[in-house]
Write a protein that binds this ligand. Structure first.
Ligand code: HEC
Length: 150
């Protein structure tokens, strides 16, 4: 007679292992939700002076090309190639990356966009330390040319 390699006892063990994995999984998910901002924190606290800041770079082909490289390296994983907020890493975050192609997004002044990517807001990283001012403006030049609705 051929006996099944899965004895009832093993099956019970396997059930416990799977149940354990599921419990751990939901615990990890629950923990990651703890990082979610509450309603009162969910707005960016952009200072008024930031709205007036002007873009010192020219929207030149060279700046746009440099900005595209910066966007590809630093932003695509969350915001997606087309800036729609659907990058592969974005799906693992406590909340969705912003869609950078909407009229609502572009109704903000460039100074506000600059301030947001300078300071970040969890899980959106701050780029103050990792991208120079010039590079932060170049990425805005690229986003303006590629994502701003006309
Ligand atoms: C780890 C994922 C991640 C990366 C990398 C990332 N972002 Fe974000 N970004 C987010 C999330 C999430 C939000 C939404 C934050 C919120 O509204 O609470 C956001 C929001 C923004 C906003 C504000 C959107 C609004 O509605 O005003 C801007 C601007 C932005 N990101 C630009 C960038 C740029 C430019 C880069 C690359 C230099 C970048 N982000 C990299 C996750 C990311």
């Amino acid at each position: 007679m051929i006996t099944s390699p899965i004895t009832p006892r093993r099956a019970v063990c396997a059930t416990f292992v799977v149940a354990g994995m599921l419990t751990t999984g939901s615990y990890v998910l629950a923990r990651s939700n703890l990082g979610k901002p509450t309603i009162s924190e969910s707005h960016w606290k952009v200072p008024a002076r930031a709205t007036k800041k002007k873009n010192p770079t020219k929207m030149s082909a060279a700046n746009i090309a440099a900005g595209k490289t910066i966007f590809t390296t630093n932003c695509v994983m969350c915001h997606g190639v087309h800036g729609k907020g659907n990058g592969t890493a974005g799906s693992f975050l406590s909340h969705k990356p912003a869609n950078l192609t909407t009229p609502a997004f572009w109704s903000q002044s460039p100074g506000v966009i600059f301030w947001k990517l300078t300071h970040g807001k969890t899980p959106m990283p701050a780029f103050r330390a990792t991208l120079s001012r010039h590079k932060r403006w170049q990425v805005i030049d690229y986003m303006t040319s590629a994502f701003k609705p006309r």
